[in-house]
Design a protein around this ligand. Structure first.
Ligand code: SF4
Length: 364
């Protein structure tokens, strides 16, 4: 890791190396997907696309947890908020995501009980303070946020907080990448893998990507020089024809990941099929609460059905999340859809591609 004062100087050096590498190899084109929403935002914020060779295409993927939450799941959360007997506890990003008929924010404006929490622990406290209500925490996110939900479920069981429920919408990243690696719609050469998720799961769950699909992979941190180093590594693998997986974030990611967090996840959750916005149903790519903790499972306790729901008219979030189009190619971008009046979740979430493009590079 370079010293702080050298970090900024390294980015142009890495960019130059990437340009030279592609020039020397006379490579026609390389297409890489950055999988993580935090990477997407950092790439826009630091203008990194402008430093890439023309033949190096970087597309965004399904790494924003709010964005990939299926419309049916948003509608399920809203149906809970409509109930008199329940309080919905959610991270702020979920509030403004439009459901099929309303949003959690509109429910709250109509006097429904929707509370914004900054941690699942706050939701546990709400359950303790409101014993006559179900407090339903909206469990969204990947392997990064799921351990905190798992810990809260263990704690709720210990404290006998039977009114603490979780609507479990957590998803796991590797199988979504398999769907993308296998896609006939988009031909990818490699993946810039997410740093935070990899801290938890390590390298092994991704090994099938180079081995089975021949795609280059690098895990990167979130500093501009780390992202650029990750892209350079992917280009090197593609040009050499030696796809593998390399961690460019060794200070945080161990090959075996975080065993304690993995054990916690195994204890509380089991794999289940999950619906992803844009990607559809992906077998075993979600977490379901195990029977030992089912007293806290909102789907069972409140008999919640997740019914297939149409996407908002004209919204191309599904295509954005699959890397098929960039946000500015959506006809609604910046017109009918803005951060003040979002049509889809990719414009709502702080990690959404559309919101990042609107904030940092509106004209593309
Ligand atoms: Fe959906 Fe708006 Fe993004 Fe278009 S610009 S894909 S409508 S969120």
């Amino acid at each position: 890791t370079p010293q702080t004062e050298n970090k900024e100087k390294i980015v142009p050096i890495l960019s130059h190396a990437l340009n030279s590498l592609l020039e020397e190899a006379a490579t026609k084109s390389i297409t890489v997907m950055e999988v993580c929403g935090t990477h997407t935002v950092a790439i826009f914020r630091h203008g990194l696309k402008a430093l890439l060779p023309k033949s190096f295409k970087l597309v965004s993927g399904p790494g924003c947890p709010v964005c990939v939450t299926d419309q049916s799941e948003i509608d399920a959360a809203i149906s809970i908020a409509e109930r008199e007997d329940s309080i919905v506890a959610t991270y702020g990003d979920m509030l403004r995501v439009p459901g099929s008929w309303t949003s959690l924010q509109e429910c709250r404006a109509r006097g429904r009980s929707v509370k914004v929490v900054t941690s699942v622990t706050q939701a546990l406290d709400l359950a303790e303070e409101n014993p006559d209500k179900n407090v339903v925490f909206l469990g969204v996110g990947f392997e990064t946020t799921a351990p905190a939900t798992a810990l809260a479920l263990i704690e709720a069981k210990k404290r006998k907080l039977d009114n603490f429920l979780v609507l479990c919408m957590h998803k796991t990243v590797p199988l979504a990448l398999e769907a993308l690696a296998n896609s006939e719609e988009l031909s990818l050469d490699g993946f810039l893998l997410p740093g935070h998720v990899s801290v938890i799961i390590g390298l092994n769950p991704y090994r099938f990507i180079p081995e089975k699909y021949g795609k280059a992979c690098a895990i990167a941190g979130f500093e501009p020089f780390e992202i650029m180093a990750g892209l350079l590594e992917i280009a090197r693998q593609v040009i050499k024809g030696e796809p593998t997986i390399k961690s460019m974030y060794p200070r945080a990611v161990r090959p075996e990941g975080n065993k304690t967090a993995q054990e916690l996840l195994d204890k509380v959750f089991e794999p289940c099929n999950a619906y992803w916005r844009g990607l559809g149903e992906i077998p075993l790519s979600g977490y379901k609460i195990r029977p030992e903790f089912e007293i806290h499972d909102a789907s069972l306790r409140l008999n919640i059905e997740k019914k297939p729901s149409p996407l908002p008219t004209g919204c191309r979030c599904g295509d954005v999340l699959k890397g098929l189009i960039s946000p500015i190619e959506c006809p609604l971008f910046g017109r009918a859809c803005t951060p003040m009046k979002p049509v889809g979740p990719c414009m709502v979430s702080s990690e959404g591609s559309c919101a990042a493009q609107y904030k940092y590079d509106r004209k593309g």
